[in-house]
Design a protein around this ligand. Structure first.
Ligand code: HEM
Length: 420
Protein backbone atom coordinates (compact mmCIF):
# COMPACT_ATOMS: atom_id res chain seq x y z
CA UNK A 1 0.00 0.00 0.00
CA UNK A 2 1.49 3.35 -0.98
CA UNK A 3 0.75 6.76 0.49
CA UNK A 4 -1.75 7.28 -2.30
CA UNK A 5 -3.87 4.37 -1.21
CA UNK A 6 -3.30 2.72 -4.59
CA UNK A 7 -3.29 -0.78 -3.14
CA UNK A 8 -3.43 -3.75 -5.46
CA UNK A 9 -6.33 -6.18 -5.58
CA UNK A 10 -6.42 -9.41 -7.46
CA UNK A 11 -9.89 -10.85 -7.12
CA UNK A 12 -11.46 -9.47 -10.29
CA UNK A 13 -8.16 -9.48 -12.08
CA UNK A 14 -8.05 -13.25 -11.95
CA UNK A 15 -8.32 -14.59 -15.45
CA UNK A 16 -7.48 -11.16 -16.88
CA UNK A 17 -3.71 -10.70 -17.08
CA UNK A 18 -4.07 -7.06 -18.15
CA UNK A 19 -5.71 -6.32 -14.80
CA UNK A 20 -3.16 -7.97 -12.53
CA UNK A 21 -2.28 -5.31 -9.93
CA UNK A 22 -5.31 -3.19 -10.82
CA UNK A 23 -6.17 -0.26 -8.55
CA UNK A 24 -9.56 -0.36 -6.78
CA UNK A 25 -11.01 3.10 -7.48
CA UNK A 26 -13.28 2.99 -4.43
CA UNK A 27 -10.19 2.75 -2.18
CA UNK A 28 -8.48 5.92 -3.35
CA UNK A 29 -7.76 8.69 -0.88
CA UNK A 30 -9.80 11.66 -2.07
CA UNK A 31 -8.89 14.05 0.73
CA UNK A 32 -5.61 14.83 -0.98
CA UNK A 33 -5.24 17.17 -3.90
CA UNK A 34 -6.22 15.49 -7.18
CA UNK A 35 -2.98 16.50 -8.91
CA UNK A 36 -0.93 14.52 -6.34
CA UNK A 37 -3.27 11.54 -6.36
CA UNK A 38 -3.33 11.21 -10.15
CA UNK A 39 0.37 11.95 -10.53
CA UNK A 40 1.28 9.03 -8.29
CA UNK A 41 -1.23 6.77 -10.05
CA UNK A 42 0.33 7.72 -13.33
CA UNK A 43 3.86 7.18 -12.01
CA UNK A 44 2.93 3.67 -10.92
CA UNK A 45 0.71 2.60 -13.79
CA UNK A 46 1.36 4.85 -16.80
CA UNK A 47 -1.09 6.97 -18.79
CA UNK A 48 -3.73 4.21 -18.91
CA UNK A 49 -4.16 2.39 -15.60
CA UNK A 50 -5.97 -0.90 -15.00
CA UNK A 51 -8.60 -0.21 -12.32
CA UNK A 52 -11.41 -2.00 -10.51
CA UNK A 53 -14.84 -0.40 -10.27
CA UNK A 54 -17.29 -1.23 -7.44
CA UNK A 55 -17.59 -5.00 -7.05
CA UNK A 56 -14.07 -5.48 -8.52
CA UNK A 57 -15.25 -4.97 -12.09
CA UNK A 58 -12.24 -4.26 -14.35
CA UNK A 59 -11.97 -1.06 -16.40
CA UNK A 60 -9.25 1.34 -17.65
CA UNK A 61 -8.64 4.77 -16.14
CA UNK A 62 -7.27 7.09 -18.85
CA UNK A 63 -4.95 9.53 -17.05
CA UNK A 64 -3.00 11.28 -19.82
CA UNK A 65 -4.09 14.55 -21.47
CA UNK A 66 -3.27 13.30 -24.95
CA UNK A 67 -4.81 9.86 -24.26
CA UNK A 68 -8.12 11.39 -23.03
CA UNK A 69 -8.12 13.68 -26.08
CA UNK A 70 -7.49 10.67 -28.32
CA UNK A 71 -10.25 8.54 -26.76
CA UNK A 72 -12.86 11.31 -26.90
CA UNK A 73 -11.78 12.27 -30.42
CA UNK A 74 -12.11 8.74 -31.87
CA UNK A 75 -15.73 7.68 -31.60
CA UNK A 76 -15.16 4.94 -34.13
CA UNK A 77 -12.86 3.23 -31.58
CA UNK A 78 -14.26 4.35 -28.23
CA UNK A 79 -18.02 4.83 -28.27
CA UNK A 80 -20.81 5.65 -25.83
CA UNK A 81 -23.30 2.78 -26.11
CA UNK A 82 -22.61 0.81 -22.94
CA UNK A 83 -24.45 -2.27 -24.23
CA UNK A 84 -21.21 -3.36 -25.90
CA UNK A 85 -19.55 -3.84 -22.47
CA UNK A 86 -18.05 -7.31 -22.06
CA UNK A 87 -18.68 -7.25 -18.28
CA UNK A 88 -22.48 -7.24 -18.22
CA UNK A 89 -22.68 -10.87 -17.08
CA UNK A 90 -20.75 -9.89 -13.91
CA UNK A 91 -22.90 -6.87 -13.04
CA UNK A 92 -25.49 -7.43 -10.30
CA UNK A 93 -28.95 -5.84 -10.57
CA UNK A 94 -28.23 -3.53 -7.61
CA UNK A 95 -24.79 -2.40 -8.83
CA UNK A 96 -24.31 1.18 -7.56
CA UNK A 97 -23.03 2.53 -10.89
CA UNK A 98 -25.96 1.17 -12.87
CA UNK A 99 -27.79 4.55 -13.00
CA UNK A 100 -24.78 6.05 -14.84
CA UNK A 101 -23.69 3.08 -16.93
CA UNK A 102 -26.90 1.19 -17.71
CA UNK A 103 -28.09 1.99 -21.24
CA UNK A 104 -30.92 4.54 -21.49
CA UNK A 105 -32.49 5.74 -24.73
CA UNK A 106 -31.17 9.30 -24.19
CA UNK A 107 -28.69 11.48 -26.08
CA UNK A 108 -25.99 10.29 -23.69
CA UNK A 109 -25.89 6.76 -25.13
CA UNK A 110 -26.61 7.45 -28.81
CA UNK A 111 -23.91 7.30 -31.46
CA UNK A 112 -23.15 8.55 -34.98
CA UNK A 113 -25.98 10.07 -37.00
CA UNK A 114 -28.54 9.51 -34.24
CA UNK A 115 -26.32 11.34 -31.75
CA UNK A 116 -25.85 14.26 -34.14
CA UNK A 117 -29.64 14.49 -34.50
CA UNK A 118 -30.32 14.46 -30.76
CA UNK A 119 -27.34 16.61 -29.69
CA UNK A 120 -28.10 19.05 -32.54
CA UNK A 121 -31.55 19.70 -31.06
CA UNK A 122 -30.12 20.32 -27.58
CA UNK A 123 -27.38 22.58 -28.94
CA UNK A 124 -29.87 24.70 -30.88
CA UNK A 125 -32.30 24.92 -27.94
CA UNK A 126 -29.49 25.98 -25.58
CA UNK A 127 -27.97 28.39 -28.11
CA UNK A 128 -31.18 30.41 -28.06
CA UNK A 129 -31.04 30.92 -24.28
CA UNK A 130 -30.55 34.66 -23.77
CA UNK A 131 -27.49 34.87 -21.51
CA UNK A 132 -28.51 38.29 -20.19
CA UNK A 133 -31.93 36.95 -19.14
CA UNK A 134 -30.34 33.84 -17.65
CA UNK A 135 -28.01 36.04 -15.58
CA UNK A 136 -30.99 38.12 -14.40
CA UNK A 137 -32.98 34.99 -13.47
CA UNK A 138 -29.97 33.54 -11.61
CA UNK A 139 -29.60 36.81 -9.72
CA UNK A 140 -33.25 36.58 -8.61
CA UNK A 141 -32.85 32.93 -7.58
CA UNK A 142 -29.62 33.78 -5.73
CA UNK A 143 -31.25 36.72 -3.93
CA UNK A 144 -34.15 34.56 -2.77
CA UNK A 145 -31.89 31.81 -1.49
CA UNK A 146 -29.58 34.26 0.29
CA UNK A 147 -32.55 36.02 1.91
CA UNK A 148 -33.62 32.69 3.41
CA UNK A 149 -30.45 32.51 5.54
CA UNK A 150 -29.03 36.08 5.56
CA UNK A 151 -30.71 36.98 8.88
CA UNK A 152 -29.12 34.10 10.77
CA UNK A 153 -25.47 35.05 10.26
CA UNK A 154 -24.52 31.52 9.26
CA UNK A 155 -25.24 28.97 6.54
CA UNK A 156 -24.17 25.66 5.09
CA UNK A 157 -23.68 26.84 1.53
CA UNK A 158 -23.50 23.45 -0.17
CA UNK A 159 -27.13 22.56 0.48
CA UNK A 160 -28.62 26.04 1.05
CA UNK A 161 -27.06 27.63 -2.02
CA UNK A 162 -24.67 25.82 -4.37
CA UNK A 163 -26.93 22.82 -4.99
CA UNK A 164 -30.21 24.71 -4.95
CA UNK A 165 -29.28 27.44 -7.41
CA UNK A 166 -28.27 25.60 -10.63
CA UNK A 167 -31.18 23.19 -10.24
CA UNK A 168 -33.64 26.10 -10.13
CA UNK A 169 -31.87 27.85 -13.01
CA UNK A 170 -32.06 24.70 -15.16
CA UNK A 171 -35.73 24.11 -14.33
CA UNK A 172 -36.54 27.72 -15.24
CA UNK A 173 -34.59 27.50 -18.54
CA UNK A 174 -36.77 24.52 -19.41
CA UNK A 175 -39.95 26.54 -18.93
CA UNK A 176 -41.03 26.02 -15.33
CA UNK A 177 -41.18 28.75 -12.70
CA UNK A 178 -38.31 28.53 -10.19
CA UNK A 179 -40.71 28.87 -7.26
CA UNK A 180 -43.91 27.06 -6.24
CA UNK A 181 -44.62 23.70 -4.59
CA UNK A 182 -44.67 21.81 -7.87
CA UNK A 183 -41.19 23.05 -8.79
CA UNK A 184 -39.93 22.51 -5.24
CA UNK A 185 -41.08 18.88 -5.44
CA UNK A 186 -39.25 18.45 -8.77
CA UNK A 187 -36.10 20.09 -7.38
CA UNK A 188 -36.21 17.76 -4.33
CA UNK A 189 -36.82 14.69 -6.49
CA UNK A 190 -33.96 15.57 -8.84
CA UNK A 191 -31.66 16.01 -5.86
CA UNK A 192 -32.69 12.60 -4.47
CA UNK A 193 -32.32 10.84 -7.86
CA UNK A 194 -28.85 12.30 -8.47
CA UNK A 195 -27.50 12.30 -4.95
CA UNK A 196 -29.62 10.22 -2.55
CA UNK A 197 -29.06 10.61 1.18
CA UNK A 198 -29.78 7.87 3.71
CA UNK A 199 -33.50 7.13 3.90
CA UNK A 200 -34.22 8.56 0.41
CA UNK A 201 -35.85 6.42 -2.27
CA UNK A 202 -34.02 7.42 -5.49
CA UNK A 203 -36.02 5.06 -7.72
CA UNK A 204 -39.38 6.50 -6.63
CA UNK A 205 -37.97 10.04 -6.90
CA UNK A 206 -36.67 9.38 -10.42
CA UNK A 207 -40.11 8.04 -11.37
CA UNK A 208 -41.74 11.28 -10.19
CA UNK A 209 -39.15 13.33 -12.15
CA UNK A 210 -40.09 11.39 -15.30
CA UNK A 211 -43.81 12.03 -14.70
CA UNK A 212 -43.28 15.76 -14.10
CA UNK A 213 -41.13 16.17 -17.22
CA UNK A 214 -43.71 14.22 -19.26
CA UNK A 215 -46.36 16.61 -18.02
CA UNK A 216 -44.15 19.59 -18.90
CA UNK A 217 -43.65 18.25 -22.43
CA UNK A 218 -47.42 17.81 -22.81
CA UNK A 219 -48.04 21.37 -21.59
CA UNK A 220 -45.43 22.82 -23.95
CA UNK A 221 -46.78 20.85 -26.93
CA UNK A 222 -50.14 22.52 -26.31
CA UNK A 223 -48.80 25.93 -25.38
CA UNK A 224 -45.17 26.56 -26.43
CA UNK A 225 -43.15 29.36 -24.85
CA UNK A 226 -39.68 30.93 -25.10
CA UNK A 227 -37.95 28.01 -23.34
CA UNK A 228 -35.64 25.05 -23.99
CA UNK A 229 -38.48 22.48 -23.87
CA UNK A 230 -40.60 24.27 -26.49
CA UNK A 231 -37.60 24.80 -28.76
CA UNK A 232 -36.72 21.09 -28.56
CA UNK A 233 -40.31 20.14 -29.41
CA UNK A 234 -40.49 22.54 -32.35
CA UNK A 235 -37.08 21.63 -33.82
CA UNK A 236 -37.30 20.36 -37.44
CA UNK A 237 -35.50 17.14 -36.43
CA UNK A 238 -38.93 16.06 -35.15
CA UNK A 239 -38.01 14.39 -31.85
CA UNK A 240 -40.81 12.31 -30.30
CA UNK A 241 -42.20 13.34 -26.92
CA UNK A 242 -40.42 10.35 -25.31
CA UNK A 243 -37.10 11.45 -26.82
CA UNK A 244 -37.59 15.01 -25.57
CA UNK A 245 -38.43 13.73 -22.06
CA UNK A 246 -35.27 11.58 -21.97
CA UNK A 247 -33.05 14.38 -23.26
CA UNK A 248 -34.54 17.06 -21.00
CA UNK A 249 -33.80 14.88 -17.97
CA UNK A 250 -30.23 14.47 -19.30
CA UNK A 251 -29.87 18.24 -19.75
CA UNK A 252 -31.15 19.08 -16.26
CA UNK A 253 -29.12 16.32 -14.58
CA UNK A 254 -25.98 17.20 -16.57
CA UNK A 255 -26.40 20.85 -15.58
CA UNK A 256 -27.07 20.37 -11.90
CA UNK A 257 -24.30 18.47 -10.12
CA UNK A 258 -21.25 19.77 -11.99
CA UNK A 259 -22.40 23.39 -11.81
CA UNK A 260 -23.18 23.03 -8.09
CA UNK A 261 -19.70 21.67 -7.42
CA UNK A 262 -18.14 24.31 -9.64
CA UNK A 263 -19.81 27.02 -7.49
CA UNK A 264 -18.82 25.38 -4.22
CA UNK A 265 -15.23 24.59 -5.20
CA UNK A 266 -14.81 28.19 -6.38
CA UNK A 267 -16.21 29.58 -3.12
CA UNK A 268 -13.83 27.32 -1.22
CA UNK A 269 -10.87 28.61 -3.25
CA UNK A 270 -11.90 32.24 -2.72
CA UNK A 271 -12.33 31.72 1.03
CA UNK A 272 -9.20 29.66 1.68
CA UNK A 273 -6.48 30.71 -0.72
CA UNK A 274 -4.66 33.83 0.39
CA UNK A 275 -4.30 35.04 -3.20
CA UNK A 276 -8.09 35.48 -3.16
CA UNK A 277 -9.04 35.37 0.52
CA UNK A 278 -7.36 38.57 1.64
CA UNK A 279 -10.25 40.61 0.44
CA UNK A 280 -13.05 38.53 -0.94
CA UNK A 281 -15.47 41.41 -1.27
CA UNK A 282 -12.94 43.56 -3.08
CA UNK A 283 -11.92 40.65 -5.24
CA UNK A 284 -14.71 40.66 -7.78
CA UNK A 285 -12.21 40.79 -10.59
CA UNK A 286 -10.79 37.53 -9.29
CA UNK A 287 -14.01 35.54 -9.51
CA UNK A 288 -13.38 34.69 -13.17
CA UNK A 289 -9.82 33.60 -12.38
CA UNK A 290 -11.02 31.45 -9.48
CA UNK A 291 -13.70 29.79 -11.64
CA UNK A 292 -11.10 28.96 -14.27
CA UNK A 293 -8.51 27.75 -11.77
CA UNK A 294 -11.06 25.35 -10.30
CA UNK A 295 -11.62 23.83 -13.74
CA UNK A 296 -7.89 23.07 -13.94
CA UNK A 297 -7.27 21.96 -10.36
CA UNK A 298 -10.51 20.82 -8.71
CA UNK A 299 -12.71 20.07 -11.68
CA UNK A 300 -16.30 19.05 -10.76
CA UNK A 301 -16.48 15.95 -12.99
CA UNK A 302 -13.13 14.49 -12.02
CA UNK A 303 -13.77 11.16 -13.75
CA UNK A 304 -16.45 10.30 -16.27
CA UNK A 305 -17.71 6.83 -17.15
CA UNK A 306 -17.17 6.49 -19.98
CA UNK A 307 -16.46 4.97 -23.34
CA UNK A 308 -16.55 1.33 -24.53
CA UNK A 309 -14.01 -0.03 -27.00
CA UNK A 310 -15.58 -0.86 -30.35
CA UNK A 311 -12.73 -3.19 -31.35
CA UNK A 312 -9.33 -4.41 -30.15
CA UNK A 313 -6.84 -1.55 -30.12
CA UNK A 314 -3.85 -0.02 -28.32
CA UNK A 315 -3.88 2.95 -25.97
CA UNK A 316 -0.97 4.35 -23.96
CA UNK A 317 0.93 1.10 -24.43
CA UNK A 318 -1.99 -1.02 -23.20
CA UNK A 319 -3.83 -3.66 -25.16
CA UNK A 320 -7.53 -2.71 -25.08
CA UNK A 321 -10.05 -5.40 -25.98
CA UNK A 322 -13.36 -4.83 -27.79
CA UNK A 323 -16.02 -4.31 -25.12
CA UNK A 324 -13.60 -2.90 -22.47
CA UNK A 325 -14.78 0.08 -20.42
CA UNK A 326 -12.67 3.25 -20.27
CA UNK A 327 -13.11 5.89 -17.57
CA UNK A 328 -12.15 9.41 -18.72
CA UNK A 329 -9.75 10.76 -16.09
CA UNK A 330 -10.53 14.43 -16.68
CA UNK A 331 -8.88 15.70 -13.47
CA UNK A 332 -5.80 13.59 -14.16
CA UNK A 333 -5.59 14.83 -17.74
CA UNK A 334 -5.83 18.46 -16.60
CA UNK A 335 -2.90 17.98 -14.24
CA UNK A 336 -0.86 15.69 -16.52
CA UNK A 337 2.87 16.35 -15.91
CA UNK A 338 3.38 16.08 -19.69
CA UNK A 339 1.56 19.42 -20.08
CA UNK A 340 2.80 20.90 -16.77
CA UNK A 341 6.44 19.71 -16.59
CA UNK A 342 7.40 22.27 -13.92
CA UNK A 343 4.44 21.36 -11.66
CA UNK A 344 3.05 24.91 -11.89
CA UNK A 345 -0.47 23.79 -12.77
CA UNK A 346 -3.14 26.27 -13.75
CA UNK A 347 -3.52 28.69 -16.60
CA UNK A 348 -5.71 31.53 -17.73
CA UNK A 349 -6.67 29.65 -20.85
CA UNK A 350 -9.50 27.13 -21.20
CA UNK A 351 -7.53 24.24 -22.70
CA UNK A 352 -8.54 21.94 -19.83
CA UNK A 353 -10.67 18.87 -20.51
CA UNK A 354 -13.25 19.61 -17.80
CA UNK A 355 -16.06 19.73 -20.36
CA UNK A 356 -14.55 16.69 -22.12
CA UNK A 357 -13.87 16.73 -25.84
CA UNK A 358 -15.11 15.40 -29.17
CA UNK A 359 -18.57 14.32 -30.30
CA UNK A 360 -20.06 13.77 -26.81
CA UNK A 361 -18.43 16.73 -25.07
CA UNK A 362 -20.62 19.00 -22.98
CA UNK A 363 -22.57 20.59 -25.86
CA UNK A 364 -21.06 23.91 -26.99
CA UNK A 365 -23.39 26.51 -25.40
CA UNK A 366 -23.69 24.59 -22.09
CA UNK A 367 -20.26 25.62 -20.68
CA UNK A 368 -21.12 29.27 -21.40
CA UNK A 369 -24.48 28.94 -19.64
CA UNK A 370 -22.85 27.12 -16.72
CA UNK A 371 -20.37 30.00 -16.50
CA UNK A 372 -23.21 32.55 -16.31
CA UNK A 373 -24.93 30.50 -13.56
CA UNK A 374 -21.75 29.90 -11.52
CA UNK A 375 -20.38 33.44 -11.89
CA UNK A 376 -23.71 35.04 -10.92
CA UNK A 377 -24.02 32.69 -7.94
CA UNK A 378 -20.56 33.54 -6.61
CA UNK A 379 -20.70 37.28 -7.31
CA UNK A 380 -24.18 37.75 -5.84
CA UNK A 381 -23.22 35.95 -2.65
CA UNK A 382 -20.07 38.05 -2.18
CA UNK A 383 -21.96 41.26 -2.85
CA UNK A 384 -24.78 40.47 -0.44
CA UNK A 385 -22.58 39.06 2.35
CA UNK A 386 -19.30 40.95 1.98
CA UNK A 387 -17.71 39.78 5.26
CA UNK A 388 -18.38 36.10 4.57
CA UNK A 389 -15.78 33.76 6.15
CA UNK A 390 -15.50 30.02 6.75
CA UNK A 391 -16.82 28.91 10.13
CA UNK A 392 -14.25 26.09 10.33
CA UNK A 393 -10.53 25.89 9.64
CA UNK A 394 -9.80 25.23 5.92
CA UNK A 395 -8.28 21.82 6.82
CA UNK A 396 -11.58 20.79 8.41
CA UNK A 397 -13.44 20.98 5.10
CA UNK A 398 -13.89 17.46 3.73
CA UNK A 399 -14.33 16.22 0.18
CA UNK A 400 -17.07 13.76 -0.67
CA UNK A 401 -15.56 10.27 -0.96
CA UNK A 402 -16.52 10.05 -4.63
CA UNK A 403 -14.35 9.02 -7.54
CA UNK A 404 -16.73 10.72 -9.97
CA UNK A 405 -17.55 14.17 -8.59
CA UNK A 406 -15.14 16.51 -6.85
CA UNK A 407 -17.23 18.38 -4.30
CA UNK A 408 -17.29 19.21 -0.60
CA UNK A 409 -19.48 17.44 1.93
CA UNK A 410 -20.35 20.85 3.41
CA UNK A 411 -19.26 24.51 3.23
CA UNK A 412 -20.16 26.14 6.57
CA UNK A 413 -19.78 29.94 6.64
CA UNK A 414 -20.61 32.87 8.87
CA UNK A 415 -21.17 36.58 8.30
CA UNK A 416 -22.76 39.62 9.91
CA UNK A 417 -26.52 38.91 9.97
CA UNK A 418 -28.43 41.06 7.51
CA UNK A 419 -31.62 42.63 8.85
CA UNK A 420 -34.22 42.46 6.05
C1 HEM B 1 -25.93 24.72 -17.87
C2 HEM B 1 -25.12 23.75 -17.47
C3 HEM B 1 -24.85 22.47 -18.26
C4 HEM B 1 -25.62 21.84 -19.21
C5 HEM B 1 -26.98 22.27 -19.77
C6 HEM B 1 -24.90 20.63 -19.61
C7 HEM B 1 -25.34 19.72 -20.55
C8 HEM B 1 -24.70 18.56 -20.92
C9 HEM B 1 -25.23 17.54 -21.82
C10 HEM B 1 -26.60 17.58 -22.50
C11 HEM B 1 -24.29 16.57 -21.95
C12 HEM B 1 -24.38 15.28 -22.79
C13 HEM B 1 -23.67 15.49 -24.12
C14 HEM B 1 -23.72 14.27 -25.02
O1 HEM B 1 -23.67 13.12 -24.55
O2 HEM B 1 -23.74 14.48 -26.25
C15 HEM B 1 -23.14 16.97 -21.11
C16 HEM B 1 -22.00 16.25 -20.99
C17 HEM B 1 -20.96 16.60 -20.15
N1 HEM B 1 -20.85 17.76 -19.40
FE1 HEM B 1 -22.21 19.22 -19.27
N2 HEM B 1 -23.71 20.58 -18.92
C18 HEM B 1 -23.63 21.68 -18.08
C19 HEM B 1 -22.61 21.99 -17.21
C20 HEM B 1 -21.45 21.27 -17.09
C21 HEM B 1 -20.36 21.61 -16.19
C22 HEM B 1 -20.32 22.79 -15.22
C23 HEM B 1 -19.38 20.65 -16.37
C24 HEM B 1 -18.04 20.54 -15.69
C25 HEM B 1 -17.26 21.54 -15.39
C26 HEM B 1 -19.86 19.73 -17.39
C27 HEM B 1 -19.14 18.64 -17.85
C28 HEM B 1 -19.64 17.70 -18.73
C29 HEM B 1 -18.94 16.48 -19.07
C30 HEM B 1 -17.57 16.05 -18.56
C31 HEM B 1 -19.76 15.76 -19.95
C32 HEM B 1 -19.49 14.37 -20.55
C33 HEM B 1 -18.96 14.50 -21.94
C34 HEM B 1 -18.50 13.18 -22.55
O3 HEM B 1 -19.21 12.16 -22.56
O4 HEM B 1 -17.39 13.21 -23.09
N3 HEM B 1 -21.10 20.15 -17.80
N4 HEM B 1 -23.41 18.19 -20.51
Amino acid sequence: MTDTGTSSAHTAAEGCPAHAGAVPLAGLEYQQTPSQLYRSLRREHGAVAPVLLDGDIPAWLVLGYSEVSYVTGHDELFARDSRRWSQWENIPADWPLLPFVGYQPSVLFTEGEEHRRRAGVITQALEDVDQFELGRDCRQIADRLISSFAGSGQAELMSAYAHALPMRAAVQMCGMPHTGTDTQQLVDDLRISLDAAEGDDPVAAYGRVGERIQQLVKEKREKPGPDVTSRMLMHPAGLTDEEVVQDLISVIAAAQQPTANWICNTLRLLLTDERFALNVSGGRLSVGEALNEVLWLDTPTQNFIGRWAVRDTQLGGRQIRAGDCLVLGLAAANTDPQIWPDSQIGAENAAHLSFSNGEHRCPYPAPLLADVIARTAVETLLERLPDLVLSVEPEELTWRPSIWMRGLTALPVEFTPVVQ
